[in-house]
Design a binder for this molecule. Sequence first.
Ligand code: 5GP
Length: 203
Amino acid sequence: MSKGQLVVISGPSGCGKDTIISKVLEKMKNEAFLSISMTTRAMRPGDTDGVDYYFVDVKQFEKNIADDKMLEYAKYGANYYGTPLEPVEKMLEDGKTVILNIEVQGGANIRRLIPEAVEIFVLPPSLEVLEKRLRSRGTDSEESILTRLEIAKNEIKVASEYDYIVVNDELEKAVEDIMSIIRANQLCTNKMKNLICEVICNA
Ligand code: 5GP
């Protein structure tokens, strides 16, 4: 079996990528899986430890970095966020599609470490729409909303480094676009080399 594919999805906080990703996971059940990140940020209402994130303190996070247990990590605002290495390695070995929902520093690190990963940036239709979405969530303080908007502007500046841009204007369309990218990447020549060889050898 060919190895799985790693899919990075980035986009500013509030651009709707969490909703898009959960819809993609629903539609690609048994095929695509989300890497559960580790973070030092405080839990929000509705967050579940081990489902949304592994919530740890700074000491534990820094120990994991020192022990080489993170595939990538970054500081976003005042908090650490990172991808635990082992579960991702295991899923890729099993031929699964693994989705990383990570911010742009993490995206850049993955591009450097794993060039064959496919990277998708989810763009909001405008900054006004983004601000409205952040406020309507009702989960962040005014300070946190302003920080997230400031970070968003810087994130959008590096969107062109991604392989694909998906505009989240209409949710269902954005979900279909991301699934099309994942499907096309599964058929990418590089990944099909074993198959080509098998067909030729059996001729
Ligand atoms: P939030 O606090 O809204 O859950 O996440 C803030 C940002 O951190 C989002 O852009 C999210 O994609 C990003 N993020 C979540 N997990 C990771 C991770 O493992 N690594 C990196 N680099 N960013 C992450």
